[in-house]
Write a protein that binds this ligand. Structure first.
Ligand code: IMP
Ligand code: MG
Length: 189
């Protein structure tokens, strides 16, 4: 059935920071790097819900290893664009990760509070190795230093949406990573 409106198009014109083609090329490079680093070993791709789901599903298809998926969820900003500074686990891992290779897959490293918290929580479960893959890194807003092993792109201090990333659950399905201007960052109460 023909339709004039694509469900993946934003209702407003947003400025693209990275196109789907640029994202696809970079994600393929990260997948190849992970495949080399863990050659011959199984890995668990542990995605942080919900923002990392699209990144994880694309990245996984560029990883030529025995790979399984798991997901973890934390409370971060709620519906706001600024962090509350408090991180809480809202969904735990479904399996034991003791002695396993875990790659924590996150959409964006911003203040660093979420990844610092998650890194500690995961390390306490004694994985064989823990690596962190973040699609975006926004260093200007860092509060806590976190080492990431695989970074897609460094970005300026802008609020971004698309390719899994949201504002109040919207825009996740945009295929490109776009900048959300301040006038669109206000949410209904
Ligand atoms: P951090 O704890 O401040 O590093 O925040 C990490 C989380 O905040 C990410 O997993 C995102 O869900 C969210 N976040 C940070 N910056 C942005 C953004 O520009 N757009 C959408 N979500 C963001
Ligand atoms: Mg997130």
């Amino acid at each position: 059935m023909a339709s004039s409106v694509s469900p993946t198009q934003s209702p407003v014109e947003l400025k693209k920071l990275f196109s789907r083609e640029q994202i696809s090329r970079r994600v393929a490079e990260l997948g190849a790097e992970i495949s080399r680093d863990f050659a011959g070993q199984p890995v668990i791709l542990l995605g942080v819900l919900k923002g990392a789901t699209i990144f994880l599903s694309d990245l996984a298809r560029h990883i030529s290893l025995d790979a399984t998926f798991d997901f973890i969820a934390v409370s971060s900003y709620g519906k706001d664009t600024k962090t509350s500074g408090e991180v809480r686990l809202t969904k735990d891992i479904d399996q034991s990760i003791e002695g396993k290779n875990v790659i924590l897959v996150e959409d964006i490293l911003d203040t660093g509070l979420t990844l610092t918290y998650l890194k500690r929580a995961i390390e306490a479960r004694r994985p064989r190795a823990l690596r962190i893959a973040a699609l975006l890194d926004k260093p200007a807003r860092r509060i806590q230093a976190v080492h990431c092993d695989y970074i897609g792109f460094e970005i300026p201090d802008e609020f971004v949406v698309g390719y899994g990333m949201d504002l109040g659950e919207r825009y996740r399905n945009l295929p490109d990573i776009c900048i959300l201007p301040p006038e669109l960052q206000r949410l209904p109460e």
